[in-house]
Write a protein that binds this ligand. Structure first.
Ligand code: GSH
Length: 236
């Protein structure tokens, strides 16, 4: 059995970490049996971040390496039909989402005061009182530093939202009227696009990113399609 170590579910989503939700979505799409270990300890993760998995005595960190491992071990159930060119396009879309849009989303949840109030409640509500006072602020400070290191944190609020909104518009154009991002058939890219778009659209954190996502009805319809197809049996 594959064990998926992740944060506890929040905001009514399978996971409020899009990287954790990406791996769970992939496991469901590929039809691989798994169990979630919610509320996992980040300090025990091989790369100091969640998600990670344990399978056949191995621990693998990083959502991308996890999917590589699953493909090598259990076969490429989702992407067999993709051409080399489509694989290259999927990689470019993935990088835009994970390495750029993600940081604009982090700004809405962790740096903006209103977003931070909701994030704090969602992630840390069950901590003992003293830790609940301290840990969210330490996490916020760490993310502020990471955002500076990445470069996104050096931009103004307006610039960050302009950058993020462009990515959302691009995603809507790339999807167009297709059922899935690579066409009429799902691919592993959909585990990423679904996890990240749902984490913008279906989270109560208000921001220009949410406003932009709502302007593109194909994104909402797409998330509903993915949820119905892969999470119909889930409690969340
Ligand atoms: N490249 C990693 C990114 C994972 C990641 O950023 N995880 C965040 C949550 S979304 C995390 O664990 N943060 C906790 C920390 O940095 O202490 C992946 O693809 O899994």
């Amino acid at each position: 059995m594959i064990n998926l170590y992740q944060f506890k579910p929040a905001f009514g989503l399978p996971n409020a970490s899009p990287f954790c939700m990406k791996v769970e979505t992939y496991l469901r799409m590929a039809g691989l049996p798994y169990e979630c270990v919610n509320g996992a300890d980040v300090r025990k993760a091989p790369k100091g971040k969640l998600p990670y998995i344990e399978d056949a005595g191995q621990r693998i960190g990083d959502s991308g390496f996890i999917i590589d491992y699953l493909v090598q071990t259990y076969g490429d159930k989702l992407d067999e039909y993709l051409s080399e060119n489509q694989r290259a396009q999927a990689l470019a879309i993935r990088r835009m989402i994970e390495e750029n849009l993600y940081w604009a989303a982090i700004y809405t949840r962790w740096i903006e005061d209103a977003g931070f109030a909701l994030t704090r409640e969602a992630f840390f509500d069950d901590m003992p009182p003293l830790l609940k006072q301290l840990v969210p602020h330490l996490a916020r400070r760490a993310l502020r530093r990471e955002m500076m290191g990445h470069g996104m944190g050096r931009h103004s609020r307006d610039e960050i939202y302009a950058i993020g909104c462009r990515d959302i518009t691009a995603l809507s154009r790339l999807l167009g009227g297709q059922r899935y991002f690579m066409g009429e058939q799902p691919s592993s890219l959909d585990a990423i696009t679904y996890a990240f778009i749902a984490n913008l659209l279906w989270v109560p954190v208000l921001s220009p990113l949410l406003d932009e996502a709502k302007k593109h009805p194909n994104l909402e319809a797409y998330c509903q399609r993915m949820k119905t197809r892969y999470f119909a049996t889930a409690t969340i």
